[in-house]
Structure formats: C-alpha cells, structure tokens
Design a binder for this molecule. Sequence first.
Ligand SMILES: [Zn+2]
Length: 414
Amino acid sequence: MASHIVLTSHPRGSGGKQVSAVNWGAASAAARGPLVAGLAEPARRNVIGTHSGSYAVYRALAVAAGNLQRDHRPDLTNTVPAAHIGPHPQWGEPGRIVSLDPWGHRVAQEFAAEIAAGMDIRPTIAVTTAHINMPELRDAIEAGRLVPDGDILEASGDVRVTKAAIDPVWYLPGVAERFGIAEHALRRALFEQTGGMFPELVTRPDLKVFLPPIGGMTLYFFGDVSLLGRPETRVACRVHDECNGSDVFGSDICTCRPYLAHGIEVCVEMAQQGGVGVVIYNRKEGRALGEVTKFLVYNARKRQRGGDRAETYFERTECVAGVQDMRFQELMPDVFHWLGITRIDRWASMSNMKHGALTAAGIQVVEQVAIPDALIPADARVEMDAKVAAGYFTPVAPPSVTELALAKGRGLHA
Ligand SMILES: [Zn+2]
C-alpha cells in the first residue's frame, strides 16, 4: 500500500498506462470509451470526482477506520440489469444527454474486456425489480379507482415494479451549454462553491466529465420496461422531487406524498392498459436547498406577521435561501432521452417549470393530470394556492388576491 499522497490536479506521465479519451455522445459504448474514476491508478483517471456521490465521504471514513481496503474493487458478478433499457437513438445525439451516463448500467457488459484487463470501471446506474405496497394504493382499491389484476397489482395492494438508481454524471461542456454559460464559468463556480474540493475543475480543462457529490435519482417503472422507446407505447409519468417530511413521514404542510401516491396510481392504471408508467424520484430535497433551509423557511412562514399565507410563500423562501427554487429543471429531461421517451400521454404534475423544460427538450406532453382536490391536506392549501398563483397548472380558476392574503396554514404551536 502506497503511503504517499498522489495529487490528481495536474496531468502526469502515464507510466505506460493509456488514459482513454471520452467521446461524449458517441453512438456506441466502445466509441464513447469507458469513464475511469478509480482512485487506485490516478494516471488512468479520465473524470473528475469519485463514484457514489456524497457517499464517497462514508467510504473515506470506512477506509480511515480500517474497515475497507483503499483499493477495493467491486465484484460485478450477477449485477447486470434486471430489465433491458436501450440503447436508444437519443444516446448518440449530441447534447441530448449531459447529466447521466447512458451506458452507466451496461458497464459490466460493454467494457468486460477492459475490466478483465484490470481497469477500474464502475456502473453509475443499477436496474432491479421489487414489489411495493402503499396504504394509498389499498385506499384506491377500496374506493374502486384501482382494480387488482393479479399481475401488476395484487388484491393485497402489492405492485410489481422495475426500478433503477442513477448517479449523476455531468459532461461539463454540455451542462454549461444547457444553462447558456461558458464552461470555464461553470467549472470555476463548482470549484469555489465546493470549497475547492475538486482542483481539477480549474487545473485540468482536458477532463470534461465530473461526478458531482450530490444525490441522483430513482426510477420506478410500472409495466413492461422494454416497450419504452416504441412510438406506439403509451406512457404515464410523475417527476417527483424528494420531500422526506411528507414522502416518508406524512407531514401535512405540503402535497408531496399525496401527489406521489396519485402519480403512482396513474402509472399503475397505464400499465394495466398495456402502457408503461414511470415515476422519477429526484434527490432534490427542499427545492434542492436541503432540509435545514427548508425548516428555517417553515419557521419564517409561520412566525411572520399575518400568518402563513400564499402571497408570501415564495418570498419567505427567498429571504432565507436567496432564491425561490434551486432545482433547475434544465437537466431533468435527460432521463427521458435515456429512456427513449418522446411523448408522455398522461403527465401527473402541476409544475409549469417541469412542463416547460420537457417541451423545450422536444418531449410532447399530451394530457396534464391534476391531483384530485380531495387528496390535498388542509394545511397544504398555502403551498397549493401559491404555486397555482405563480403559474402552476390548474383545471380550475387560480385563487384571487384576497384569497392569497388569507392565513391558511397553522401556526408554529397549533
Ligand atoms: Zn413536500
């Protein structure tokens, strides 16, 4: 085990080992080339950052504590995807996908020879199967909105799903282009705002791919995944941004879990009709501001003079965070290109920003499905009114100015 520290901030002699070029957006995995982020051989690395996003810090702790060999490599035996996804034509269209590696789930197959020859190449996507069961789906069965079919949906409420976990992989020139900014400006901001965690962002302009230390996304598929990419396949979809308080703990201040459950219901229905349902769950807690900021905003909303109301909903967030929202939907359509989806027949979301991003990316949204009013918790009216007033999709008239000024949220100790 080497005891010296190897800096990766400047190119070094390769010591006979070839650093493979990355031809992002190439039509085949072989032409694109492997992404090498392994730390054991710094000279072979052709990306900035390491695998597993923010979990890299736990890996560091495990190594420091002596529980993990610093040069451990995963044994990928039997880990290949449980369902076929792609390749789709979009994978080889320049600029289509810039925030994930379309070949990320096929690494063990596509680069088998390189891995066997000793290169450290790891999957950034994993695809498996599962059964899920949520009380809301059992309610939907009881209310007669969903009918068990014994295949996709059991009478017990069990739903058969395929799911995929995706770590972000950013092609920096493509990300910069998506935001209409210069690559060097993006690299500099990333370097500075991470406290200098990744010097290569500014010292290695030759390295174009970055594994950002952020959460990725989880996809839940309902129905036959292999039907995706065919023009005749009908698709239902919910793009959901993480809200731990509501999604997991059932907090009633927002509509997140009710909307997620409703989205799943729409997806199950579509699968039962022979189409495919997809729920895309993004790890962007609290509009990508994080839970600490989110809870500070809750306090500011509830303590403000006049009480918690829709007219100041976005203002309170901006006071604490400096922005109303940090989710930036510009990169969101990438996953649809990865899945070969060009049309969404039923879209279970009210967000005009998400809708706009999809349309701008050339993905057609046929029908926008609003959440039934009966599924919205009383305390979440503040959020719903504020969003509808700000341009969110609604099948009914948006709330009036007087309506928005009414305190509808409960107080801090109510
Ligand atoms: Zn929420």
